[in-house]
Design a protein around this ligand. Structure first.
Ligand SMILES: C[S@@+](CC[C@H](N)C(=O)[O-])C[C@H]1O[C@@H](n2cnc3c(N)ncnc32)[C@H](O)[C@@H]1O
Length: 263
């Protein structure tokens, strides 16, 4: 069943702003002082709301996304700030020559919030992000691990039970597809769900790619209850119980979100 943020972009934008101000920015500030003149890129910016608290601190922000309709909304929501040169929104592939040459070694901070689990070839993508960082720059990742109860992004399903039943996304592909078809989901939703299945990311694989990319984990926080659920569902965010975060594989099933800064 579609949630109100899926139907109303203003709701989605406000949730991005609130979650970023309360959780994303304070988390990044633990390892990187933010403020006037810092350069911040958000990859997969959507409606651009995550960047607002960074802009308010005086950072110069760039948001990039492959979805032109979402970039149009970001430009509409932040029209005044765009005109004043505080933020720029681009509908571009970050591998494009124009993007690479303009932003090589340019950013103090790169943000990927709820994005890395949608990206193909993460082993190539994450080292590439490094080339856009200034020396000493840092990258923030926030994502739901694949094996968490709703790691298949069930929330985008239109039917009630397909959006509320946990864990069926980890069934083999034909069974997963059959469940979606039986519940009456349309082909576009099924295609989206199969894409997430292709790009799925676990805590272990993420940490392995970070290491292979020559990056170090500077800070991490695993959550039993994702901070964004406060704004989406009125739930109180909960950090994961520390001993559970030490148990490889199992921890993925009970951790709805992880935050990392790497550099
Ligand atoms: C779930 S939304 C997250 C939006 C926003 N960051 C937030 O936290 O609400 C994921 C966004 O990532 C974008 N995206 C996926 N792969 C991308 C890529 N390779 N480059 C840029 N954007 C990408 C999608 O178009 C989508 O807007």
């Amino acid at each position: 069943m579609a949630l109100k943020q899926h139907l109303d972009y203003k709701v989605r934008y406000n949730q991005q702003v609130e979650n970023s101000a309360a959780y994303v920015l304070p988390f990044i500030e633990k390892t990187m002082p933010l403020g006037k003149g810092k350069t911040v890129l958000e990859v997969g910016t959507g409606e651009g709301g995550v960047l607002v608290p960074f802009m308010e601190k005086g950072s110069i922000c760039v948001g990039v996304d492959l979805a032109s309709e979402r970039i149009d909304i970001a430009n509409e929501m932040l029209e005044k700030d765009v005109k004043e040169g505080k933020v720029e929104f681009l509908c571009q592939n970050i591998y494009d020559e124009a993007f690479t040459s303009r932003f090589k070694n340019y950013f103090d901070v790169i943000i990927l919030k709820d994005v890395i689990e949608h990206v193909y070839e993460q082993e190539k993508f994450i080292p590439y992000l490094k080339t856009l960082l200034k020396p000493g720059g840092q990258i923030f990742f926030g994502f739901p691990p694949w094996y968490m109860p709703f790691g298949g992004h069930q929330q985008v399903c239109h039917t009630k039970w397909a959006s509320r039943i946990p864990y069926y996304h980890i069934l083999p592909r034909p069974l997963h597809k059959a469940i979606l078809r039986m519940s009456g989901e349309d082909e576009a939703v099924i295609k989206d769900q199969m894409e997430i299945k292709d790009t799925q990311i676990t805590i272990e694989r993420f940490e392995r790619i970070i290491k292979q990319s020559g990056l170090k984990v500077l800070n991490k926080q695993h959550y039993l209850i994702n901070p964004i659920y406060q704004f989406k569902f009125g739930l109180t965010p909960r950090k994961q119980w520390a001993p559970l975060t030490w148990i490889p594989f199992l921890r993925n099933f009970v951790t709805t979100c992880v935050y990392y800064t790497v550099g």
